[in-house]
Each structure stands twice: as C-alpha cells, then as structure tokens.
Design a protein around this ligand. Structure first.
Ligand SMILES: *Cc1c(COP(=O)(O)O)cnc(C)c1O
Length: 220
C-alpha cells in the first residue's frame, strides 16, 4: 500500500499541476508555510520534510519560537507577512529574512534606519491595498508610485508587490491587478495567494504564495 501523502506533498503536487497548465516552472513559485499560531512541534515535521520558507505575522510571536528552530535548521528563510509597526522595525530586521508588508513612508524610514543599525538589509515587498480595505494594511494604489520611489531612494532591496484581496469575493481580478502593477513598475516578485486561492494566484503570476491552513489545518 502507498503511504498517504502529507499536506506538504499535496500542496506541492497542486503547485506542480497548476504550473504545468500555466506553462510556468514550479521552481519559480516559492511556497511560504504560514506557521502563525502554531507551536514548534507542528512546525518541525515540515522542516523535516524539507520545507524551508516560513511566514509569521507577528514579530513578538516569531521571536518566541524561531530562534531555537533556526539553530537546528540554519538554511531556512523566515518571512514577515503581517503588519509591521515602525517601533518593531529593528526587531523585525534582526529576525526576518524578508518583509512582505512595507506599506507607508514612515515604515520606509524606520526600516532604512533599522538596516543601518542592525548591519544587514532584507528584501521587502511593498503591500498594496488592492481592495480598498485600509484595516488590512497596504499602500493605497494612488500612492504606490511615490512609495516605490521612496523605497528605491532609500536603497531598500525591493522584492516586488504583495496583496491580500478582500475575502468572499472572487480574487482573480485582484491578482491580475497586482500582476499588472508589478509589471508596470518593473518588479519581478508577486506575493499573493493563500490556502483558498493559491492555484488562481499561480495562474496569474504569483512568485510567492503564503499557505497556512492547507499545511497545518485550521488555526485554533
Ligand atoms: C494567515 C495569513 C495567510 C495564510 O492564510 P491561510 O488561509 O491559512 O492559508 C496568508 N497571508 C497572510 C498575510 C496571512 O495573515
């Protein structure tokens, strides 16, 4: 009898299937396992299966569990996918290898300062408020060109654009819109797609998908 597939294997199989249809290389899509609310004992099995990109949405929660895990798996990459307060920028730069939620001028300033102080720079995605939902964070679409200019002037490594489309509406138009914005601004990275919609996001050009529930089950 064949061994049952793990959730990680299932998600990889889906990514491979969609990439084939989209005529894309599966290697061009980075799977970020979103481990927020989950303890180390739920995360270690994924690390043991070779998963190396993880996402957290709170600095403080990540500080509590990732330093010990990183010691055991030093080749891993930790992504901050949640909103970042300027006064946590330095902590974030110390712990995270990539930030997906750069969304306002004051945070550009805070991150540039944190990079200087910590002595390293990490790539950042600029989050765009595609659904006009300011509570989720994200730069208003009209302010994106000015923010990107500021990011470039501050010499912050710019990975691309990120979005969280409104829930309970077909996400495809929002993904297509983010893809267009990224193209218009000459950016390669598109951080978009979660457990419920990552296939659609890959079809529409996602380079980084952020998947929690499909890998870990429902959050408590
Ligand atoms: C929690 C979260 C995810 C993962 O959501 P799932 O539906 O569990 O896959 C992705 N992106 C962000 C920004 C999140 O906060």
């Amino acid at each position: 009898m064949e061994k049952a597939e793990t959730p990680l294997q299932q998600v990889h199989a889906t990514i491979a299937k969609v990439c084939k249809i989209a005529r894309r290389k599966a290697d061009d899509v980075t799977l970020i396992a979103v481990s927020k609310t989950h303890a180390a004992d739920a995360i270690v099995p994924l690390l043991e299966q070779g998963q190396r990109h993880f996402g957290e949405n709170r600095v403080q929660e990540a500080q509590g569990k990732w330093p010990a895990l990183r010691e055991r798996y030093p080749d891993m990459t930790l992504h901050l996918i949640g909103q970042l307060q300027s006064n946590k920028a330095e902590d974030a730069v110390q712990l995270f290898d990539c930030i997906h939620s750069l969304d306002r001028p004051s945070l550009v300033t805070a991150l540039a300062k944190a990079f200087d102080k910590v002595g390293r720079k990490v790539p950042c995605f600029v989050q765009v408020d595609v659904g006009e939902e300011p509570q989720k964070g994200g730069c208003p679409v009209a302010e994106l060109p000015a923010l990107l200019d500021q990011v470039r002037a501050a010499e912050i490594p710019l990975a691309g654009l990120m979005c969280i489309p409104p829930f309970e509406i077909e996400p495809a138009p929002f993904f297509a819109f983010l893809d267009k914005l990224a193209r218009d601004h000459g950016l390669d990275g598109r951080s978009m797609g979660m457990s419920g919609d990552y296939e659609t996001a890959i079809m529409l050009g996602a380079t980084h998908i952020r998947v929690g529930t499909a890998l870990f089950g429902e959050r408590g």
